[in-house]
Design a protein around this ligand. Structure first.
Ligand SMILES: Cc1cc2nc3c(=O)[nH]c(=O)nc-3n(C[C@H](O)[C@H](O)[C@H](O)COP(=O)(O)OP(=O)(O)OC[C@H]3O[C@@H](n4cnc5c(N)ncnc54)[C@H](O)[C@@H]3O)c2cc1C
Ligand code: SF4
Length: 347
């Protein structure tokens, strides 16, 4: 019988890959370091997803259940891979829980790490409690608590959302665009306005990248929800003791701005997984220049630099959920073809 395919990481990409493999009869061992499945949308408690509008717990929760209920998928939680040896069709992985797994191929779906806003100290995170991240606002909404100032629990009357925090910032070594944070921010702005109709919400941007059909979020947020957009360079976020003060330059009219707010939200980007160096060592794969797991050319879906080891989703760079799922499915197809080749040697 064919050896299972090892899928590492049970976020949207890994869940899609595991389900695709199991649905064509291929056994899977799905390993995740966390104690629950679902990746960032579940572990970080996202609220309603873009562009589907579905709650993360329903949409991604459904993907989790589909995999949990499939007898061809063996799930190992709270586990990492410590060693991975062998060749296509005949790999052996040693897990941190002491067990070992024989596998015909592996798919790395190990995702990303949220940018830590303390790396942008001039924008006030970690200094002022009412400077928060999009992830924190997602959690306020998904928990049902509503959007409140962490310092004293009051409803904010003025909220600023700062885009590109930890993305498109060469000064701190992050020149990539994180792709999804513009649309997520438009959505969060509308959710705040819906819950708190008296609250004024401003989005400070360099460029708006609500690409493709996501442009709807940009227009709807302005026309229906009266969210205000200001093209600006933000210099710093300080406090006058009462309010947070956002300082910078309005780059359209080329004038300095100093504006008070109750809450400032950092639209944080997607860093490479902090574990990528050790993952690259264990699996013998190359990283690309920014530290994401490097993909081969177009020919083989998700092929890494090591034959028989594939990669999908945000492990390869900032990706949306839709694209992570598509890549998970494509890598599953490539891994299946390889694991079921009688003379399996290379992709
Ligand atoms: C604030 C915010 C909001 C977002 N909202 C949306 C949205 O509404 N719509 C959208 O399309 N996208 C959204 N995204 C992007 C979305 O989070 C990603 O597209 C998606 O999570 C990528 O899925 P993934 O499976 O590739 O990675 P992840 O979701 O990061 O999952 C990776 C999995 O691998 C596991 N893992 C990591 N390292 C190891 C290891 N060494 N060993 C074992 N397991 C490991 C993790 O525990 C995790 O379960 C948002 C991003 C941010 C930052
Ligand atoms: S998607 Fe928008 S907020 Fe995110 S990095 Fe790109 S331009 Fe900045």
């Amino acid at each position: 019988m064919t050896k299972p395919v090892l899928v590492l990481g049970a976020g949207p990409a890994g869940l899609a890959a595991a389900h695709a493999l199991a649905s064509v009869g291929q056994p899977v061992v799905l390993v995740d370091k966390e104690s629950k499945l679902g990746g960032a949308p579940i572990i970080s408690g996202y609220a309603k997803l873009v562009p589907s509008g579905e709650w993360a717990r329903d949409a991604i929760g459904g993907m989790v259940r589909r995999v949990e209920e499939n007898s061809l998928v063996s799930i190992r939680m709270n586990a990492r891979v410590e060693a991975f040896e062998g060749e296509p069709g005949n790999f052996k992985a040693r897990l941190s829980d002491g067990s070992s797994v024989e596998a015909g191929a592996a798919i790395l779906c190990t995702g990303f790490t949220h940018f830590d806003s303390v790396n942008k100290p001039e924008w006030g995170f970690g200094t002022f409690p009412d400077v928060v991240t999009t992830t924190q606002v997602e959690q306020m909404i998904s928990s049902g608590r509503g959007v409140r100032c962490p310092s004293d629990g009051r409803k904010p009357q003025r909220v600023a959302i700062l885009l590109c925090v930890g993305s498109r910032d060469r000064q701190i070594g992050r020149e990539w665009c994180s792709k999804i944070c513009c649309t997520v921010s438009c959505n969060i702005a509308m959710e705040i306005r819906e819950e708190l109709p008296d609250c004024h919400v401003y989005i400070y941007y360099m460029d708006i990248r609500t690409y493709g059909l996501n442009e709807t979020y940009y227009w709807k947020s302005q026309e229906e929800f009266k969210v205000k957009y200001i093209k600006a360079r933000i210099a710093e976020v300080t406090s006058d003791g009462q309010k947070l003060i956002v300082k910078g330059e309005d780059t359209l009219v080329k004038r300095p701005i100093t504006i008070p707010f109750d809450m400032v939200v950092h639209a944080i980007g997607m860093d490479p997984n902090v574990e990528n160096k050790s993952l690259a060592q264990v699996f013998g794969v190359n990283l690309q220049e920014h530290g994401h797991i490097a993909r081969g050319s177009y020919g083989a879906s998700g092929q890494t630099s090591r034959a028989g080891v594939f990669v999908a989703g945000a492990a390869t760079g900032p990706e949306t959920i839709d694209d992570s799922i598509a890549q998970g499915n494509a890598a599953a197809m490539a891994a299946y073809a390889l694991a079921n080749r009688k003379d399996a040697v290379a992709a």
